[in-house]
Write a protein that binds this ligand. Structure first.
Ligand code: HEM
Length: 341
């Protein structure tokens, strides 16, 4: 998708940085705070602005409801209903999709009739492409609910893991803070050159995603009989791919269970090989938003570490519950921020 390509993301770093900076600005200091809702709200705003620019505020409440509908849908249930059964969760999801689409349709029509298509992702979708020509309105309306939730759902799960690591590895957090000190005071002035200079921060984000890939289980359908290692996979079979275990394989990653962001700075190391990092998937259906996700998470991490020391609550129980059903996540994660001097 054109609007999500690395070059398109690079051109909008100032805007993304302004949005991610609000996360650090809004974090109440000196108390334990549940962090995932804060991260989600901040990333939701960044993602929606990235997709829809000045139309984002109109669509934001509908996007939040879409997210909620997905959360309800993926919650474990005692019954595995066949796909065609309209369970309350499925009906709720359908209602939210219809509401989102009804809010988006007049925006699409207004942009088309005025000729002011916009330079955001929606604007790119409204322009003809060499591959698909001019997209029909229904195709755009069908694709955008999924893309909208993708901009903030998985990134906020990733942000939870990253914040937890900043709290648990103060030295690494200090190194991120030192890099972040070189960012401009006004986030809007941040450019792709600044982002590229955050090499350790990017490595830390990648290392957290290696150890805790939010999309920890992927599926592929074999379109024809295939040999894979010593197995014959029949046409039509579903193959499960688990980035979580693959990325902790000692054949590809030395000391695979250790949190060591430096491994990504050593270009000669095995992590540089293609296919050993699967957190964004791979192949034709790999993540289209990887560049946007890396930009958002790197900036959010740098800006947070620049302002705060993070710590886990002092009580003996864990600061979060591990959940796997909607993605690998730190549900209920609570952290405390104190100002970095
Ligand atoms: C840390 C953040 C993210 C992670 C870990 C992530 C992970 C993934 C993974 C693993 C897939 C492939 C699924 C598969 O192979 O079956 C995927 C697909 C996708 N992602 Fe992301 N994603 C992230 C953020 C984003 C963002 C910000 C967007 C922006 C819109 C996005 C848009 C998409 C889309 C459109 C696809 C479907 C690609 C296709 O089927 O052709 N993702 N993502």
């Amino acid at each position: 998708m054109r609007g999500l390509r690395p070059q398109a993301v690079a051109a909008r770093i100032g805007e993304i940085a302004s949005g991610t900076a609000r996360f650090a600005d809004q974090w109440p200091t000196g108390q334990d705070v549940e962090i995932l809702p804060l991260a989600r709200r901040a990333l939701e705003e960044v993602g929606m602005r990235y997709l829809f620019s000045e139309d984002a505020p109109t669509l934001l409440p509908f996007a939040s409801q879409l997210f909620l509908a997905r959360e309800v849908l993926v919650r474990p249930s005692r019954w595995a209903w066949p796909r065609w059964v309209p369970t309350p969760a499925r009906r709720f999801r359908t209602r939210q999709q219809v509401a989102f689409t009804n809010a988006l349709r007049p925006i699409v029509r207004r942009r088309r009739s005025s000729g002011r298509l916009g330079d955001d992702v929606l604007g790119q979708m409204l322009r003809p492409s060499s591959r698909y020509g001019l997209l029909r309105e229904e195709a755009i309306l069908d694709a955008l609910p999924g893309i909208t939730v993708a901009t903030f759902e998985t990134p906020s799960r990733a942000a939870g893991w990253i914040m937890l690591h900043l709290a648990r590895y103060p030295q690494a957090a200090g190194r991120v803070a030192a890099e972040a000190a070189l960012l401009p005071a006004d986030p809007a002035a941040t450019t792709s050159t600044h982002l590229d200079s955050l090499r350790y921060t990017q490595a830390l984000v990648r290392e957290v995603l290696r150890l805790h890939p939010p999309s920890w289980l992927l599926t592929r359908r074999a379109t024809r009989q295939t040999r894979l290692a010593d197995y014959t996979i029949e046409a039509g079979s579903t193959v499960l791919v688990c980035p979580y275990t693959a990325q902790r394989d000692a054949r590809e990653h030395s000391e695979p269970d250790r949190f060591r962001p430096e491994r990504w700075l050593d270009d000669s190391g095995s992590p540089a090989k293609p296919g050993v990092f699967l957190s964004f998937g791979t192949g034709p259906h790999g993540c289209e938003g990887a560049a946007l996700a890396m930009a958002m998470l790197t900036l959010l991490t740098a800006q947070t570490a620049r302002c705060y020391h993070l710590s886990e609550p002092l009580e003996p129980e864990r600061s979060y519950r591990l959940t796997t059903f909607g993605g690998l996540a730190t549900a209920g994660l609570r952290l405390r921020a104190t100002l970095r001097s």
